[in-house]
Design a protein around this ligand. Structure first.
Ligand SMILES: Nc1ncnc2c1ncn2[C@@H]1O[C@H](COP(=O)(O)OP(=O)(O)O)[C@@H](O)[C@H]1O
Ligand SMILES: [Mg+2]
Length: 342
């Protein structure tokens, strides 16, 4: 069966005063039907750019400079970059819905929640108000909110956690086959984060959608994902099953991210952040973009951008010429991570 989403060599750049900022470069990955794929990476690695490009909502200074996005449902494949306006309207929300990062900004502050549901439904051809109301009730129930109360409320009257639940319900309004969630828990406290993750798991089982879950937080990604794509400086640098990524990573940046997972029980400050900072995406360093921060870098790492290639496990790829070295040094990292995630 074709994957529901297939992203092939996708590149996106922003026009800036200093020149072209390459926010996504040659990114390829698939989401199989029913699967959850997590995209992980530090802030600025191009995750939101990717999410927004997938539903063709990039701002005007952005352009897709290369690549393809294919979406397949019920045997019909859509070439997302070639959809016209009418087809795009059908595609967004009905096929693929994007749940945004910031729960407050994602709403129109001056209209109540019911109007947000109704506007969204109408914009996508659902004209029967009674049917919209029934569907809104059903979904708010599913996300464990009181529909009566919430539909009457204005966005600022709801807590962050409630707003995020409403946004998830809204995303599901038109029965999309794929839900893209961009840092859906980032602004929330730990307990609320946990509740949202549990909710997503529950909804996924009940409704059967596929998910692309975007996060800088590996421990959250680990709880939901079947497979993980690590992004660095706009590139996919590792693709692996979730267990492989956590216990047998093959890219030094993935290890850096794993080591940066805070200990749940440890003292504050036990987080080892990755030394250095992400590269300038307008004039990136030569060769591997991670080499200035990489403890394993050698001269050869500066010579060329390493391609994403299969490593010593099935369906596991890494863009590192030293992945075998990584495999040899991973023993300690593995123990460290296992301890943290246990
Ligand atoms: N509208 C924009 N114009 C110019 N640069 C942008 C714009 N949006 C994002 N960027 C840049 O693109 C890069 C990737 O950003 P983003 O996709 O938001 O990453 P992430 O979601 O991983 O934090 C960053 O360097 C960011 O500054
Ligand atoms: Mg982002």
């Amino acid at each position: 069966m074709d994957p529901i989403l297939s992203v092939q060599e996708l590149s996106v750049e922003y026009a800036t005063r200093r020149g072209a900022l390459r926010a996504a470069r040659d990114v390829s990955f698939d989401v199989e039907s029913g699967e959850t794929v997590a995209i992980i990476g530090e802030s600025g690695s191009g995750k939101t750019t990717l999410a927004v490009a997938l539903v063709r909502l990039l701002p005007r200074n952005a352009r897709v400079s290369a690549g393809a996005i294919r979406f397949t449902r019920d045997g019909i494949t859509r070439d997302v970059l070639r959809l016209d306006d009418e087809e795009l309207r059908e595609f967004r929300w009905r096929e693929c819905a994007l749940v945004f990062q910031s729960a407050l900004n994602a709403f129109n502050p001056v209209i109540d929640i019911w109007s947000q549901f109704l506007d969204t439904a109408r914009a996508h051809g659902m004209k029967d108000t009674k049917a919209v109301r029934d569907r809104s009730f059903e979904l708010l129930d599913l996300v464990h909110l009181d529909p009566e109360r919430v539909l009457r409320a204005y966005p600022h009257e709801l807590s962050g956690g409630m707003r995020q639940r409403v946004l998830i319900a809204l995303g599901l309004l038109l029965h999309p086959a794929l839900l893209i969630l961009d840092e859906p828990t980032t602004a929330l406290d730990i307990l609320t984060q946990r509740a949202i993750i549990d909710l997503l798991r529950e909804l996924r089982t009940k409704l059967g959608f596929s998910m692309l879950f975007i996060s800088h937080d590996l421990s959250l990604a680990a709880e939901l994902a079947d497979r993980v794509v690590t992004m660095y400086a706009g590139r996919a640098v590792e693709r692996a099953g979730v267990e492989d990524l956590f216990y047998r990573p093959r890219h030094p940046y993935s290890i850096g991210l794993l080591r940066a997972v805070p200990r749940v029980t440890g003292a504050l400050g036990s987080v080892a952040s990755i030394p250095g900072s992400p590269p300038d995406l307008i004039s990136p360093p030569p060769g591997c973009p991670y080499h200035p921060r990489c403890p394993l870098a050698i001269d050869a790492c500066l010579a060329a951008v390493p391609p994403l290639l299969p490593v010593d496990m099935p369906r596991h790829d890494a863009a590192c010429i030293r992945w075998q070295e990584v495999a040899r040094t991973i023993g300690t990292a593995e123990r460290h991570v296992a301890e943290k995630l246990a």
